[in-house]
Design a protein around this ligand. Structure first.
Ligand code: ADP
Ligand code: MG
Length: 600
């Protein structure tokens, strides 16, 4: 069975498979090699990809995008709060988990981000199956290098809901480095810096590549920085311009905001090749049109802080890696936003006018590397992938809370994974019976500034003077960057083991199973709808063809009349039932009636 690599992007997704000694990027049913990460719900259909994106201005409340910006985050996360203000669809608070209500088939449905991401993943799976002509279940899914534990786990859950067996996860820039290394076949050791700026996230990774061996030295980034933010700056700019010119405030008009965003994104892309771009929307609000434009210089000025932030991250990552910028051999650009001239210019200047590498496709490199990695995990028995070695790092430090609420780092960031580390804890009081362990992730000194991963209690510690009650904690991170923590109470010798609880906000096993079943129902419903709409079209065609052929045959007036009335009846019936497709049996019955009449 083939394995695939899926790049599940904020804006676009891409799928690839390793076949016949090479990686193939797989085109979707419209012939495109990347698919928009959009899902839209209509009265009778669920659409994914291009078809969904086309709905974004007309059916904006039910067209979902940028879901990767919600995954693994809590509702009160400031970035969630800021994002949802600008989106056409709504996001609600369910026990501090962001959820998305939509209307589908005249009913209201509430989805969690994992379910929507699962729909995109399933579309990529279907694309691969159509191309390969086989069932695909084993997949590697990519994540931004700077994703935290919750975001990684939620992405893995999405894979499970989509019916995939997630055999591994790989960091996006690392996957791109694999694509670059396999393509370039570096004989001698090279230090390569991957600069990955997409729609929603930004990553910098420094990798030492030698032949087919990849050693990640350091990674840095921002899980909330990308092209969508640049679009937002433009949107804000035109909101205020429109207000000034016409006294109309569109900030709360979701439809207007959505229409404006579409033209702003287009203008932004245009500015990568031209120095001016038009921004126009007819009847944006209050009967006024937006007739404006923007220059490249103004665009750069609006986004200056964002652009600068990317360079700061490059500097910090270099420091973490211990490699001087002079010793970076190649700088490789990945992600759609690296087409922005200013970003290239800043990078070039910083690296003393080194030529930036554009040999690999910035939109496909991540999926390419993921497919190669997936292949290496299952067999790897191919000359192309011989001696393949990949060693990644964790992006954020993992630690345990100390008594004064400080972060006691156990595994520092940029530690090579997989890794295992033991930590010994002592009781703080005489005869202390239990110990509460709180696990965090992040770089700040105080735990309250870091990301809480989970807590557990070890009880039943035998009475002992302070410092003599002892617990050992094992931190284990697998090759996909997923953390497991266990604690063993060792005084009695009968050590007890506890696996860290799933943190709040994450789906439980039961919920995932439930969602797998729901996804299966959706799949069946989609299939039924497809069959029905095919049958409806066929009946319509048949009715029209009968109408056409009537004039070519010798028929009595009565025959003509009865045929004509049947055709009209069927066309009318189809028309009124367009919205809510009818039962297959009804369709078949209608077709039979007309056939009978025609044959007679
Ligand atoms: P992701 O991996 O996050 O889904 P991509 O790497 O596909 O994102 O990049 C998508 C982003 O790239 C979008 O914000 C899009 O507007 C931006 N983009 C694509 N082409 C250009 C261009 N020519 N100039 C500037 N930005 C671009
Ligand atoms: Mg990407």
């Amino acid at each position: 069975m083939p394995t695939i690599g899926i790049d599940l992007g904020t804006t676009n997704s891409c799928v690839a498979a390793f076949r016949n000694g090479r990686v193939e990027i797989i085109a979707n049913d419209r012939g495109n090699r990347v698919t928009p990460s959009y899902v839209s719900f209509t009265m009778d259909e669920r659409l994914v990809g291009e078809a969904a994106k086309e709905d974004v201005t007309s059916n904006y409340t039910n067209t979902l995008c940028q879901i990767k910006r919600l995954i693994g985050r809590t509702y009160d996360d400031p970035s969630v709060q800021a994002d949802t203000k600008l989106w056409g669809f709504s996001v609600i608070d369910d026990d501090n988990k962001p959820k998305i209500p939509v209307i589908h088939s005249y009913k209201s449905n509430i989805f969690c981000p994992e379910q929507i991401s699962a729909m995109v993943l399933e579309e990529m799976k279907n694309t691969a199956e159509a191309f390969l002509g086989e069932t695909v279940t084993d997949a590697v899914i990519t994540v931004p290098a700077y994703f935290n534990d919750a975001q990684r786990k939620a992405t893995r859950d999405a894979g499970e809901i989509a019916g995939l067996n997630v055999i591994g996860m790989i960091n996006e820039p690392t996957a791109a480095a694999v694509a670059y290394g396999l393509d370039r076949q570096c004989k001698s050791e090279r230090n390569v810096l991957i600069f990955d700026l997409g729609g929603g996230t930004f990553d910098v990774t420094i990798v030492e590549i030698k032949g087919r061996k990849f050693f990640v030295k350091a990674t840095g980034g921002d899980t909330h920085l990308g092209g969508e933010d640049f679009d937002n700056k433009l949107v804000e700019h035109f909101i205020s311009e429109f207000k000034q010119q016409h006294g109309e405030n569109i900030s709360d008009n979701k439809r207007a905001l959505n229409r404006l965003r579409v033209v702003c994104e287009e203008a932004k892309r245009k500015l990568s090749s031209s120095t001016q771009a038009k921004v126009q929307v007819d009847a944006l609000q209050g009967g006024y049109d937006l007739r404006s434009g923007i220059s490249r210089a103004k665009f750069e000025n609006l986004n200056f802080d964002y652009f600068k932030r990317t360079l700061d991250t490059v500097k910090n990552t270099l420091t973490d890696s211990g490699i001087e910028k002079e010793n970076i051999d190649d700088v490789v650009l990945v992600g759609g936003s690296t087409r922005i001239p200013k970003i290239r210019e800043m990078l070039e200047k910083f690296f003393d006018y080194m030529e930036l590498k554009r040999t690999i496709n910035p939109d496909e490199a991540v999926a390419y590397g993921a497919a190669a990695y997936a292949f290496s995990l299952v067999t790897g028995k191919d000359t192309v992938m011989e001696e393949f070695v990949l060693q990644d790092v964790i992006p954020l430090s993992i630690g345990i809370e100390n008594k004064s609420r400080e972060m006691g780092v156990i595994i520092p960031r940029n530690t090579t994974i997989p890794t295992k580390k033991w930590n010994n804890r002592q009781t703080l009081k005489d005869n202390q019976e239990k110990m509460i362990l709180k696990i965090f992730e992040g770089e700040r000194a105080l735990t309250k500034e870091n990301h809480f991963l989970g807590a557990f209690t070890i009880s039943g510690i035998p009475p002992a003077p302070r410092k003599e009650g002892k617990v050992r904690v094992l931190f284990e991170i697998n090759a996909s960057g997923i953390l497991h923590v266990k604690a063993i109470e060792k005084i009695t010798g009968n050590s007890s083991e506890i696996t860290i609880a799933r943190d709040k906000g994450r789906l439980s096993e039961r919920e995932i199973k439930q969602m797998v079943r729901e996804a299966e129902k959706f799949r069946q419903k989609d299939e039924e709808l497809k069959q029905r709409s095919k049958a409806m079209n066929a009946l319509e065609d048949f009715a029209y063809s009968v109408k056409d052929k009537m004039s070519q045959k010798y028929l009595t007036t009565r025959q003509k009349e009865s045929l004509m009335s049947k055709v009209t009846e069927i066309l009318h019936w189809l028309d009124i039932n367009k919205k809510e497709p009818v039962e297959m049996s009804h369709l078949e019955a209608k077709k039979k009636e007309l056939e009978q009449l025609w044959n007679d």
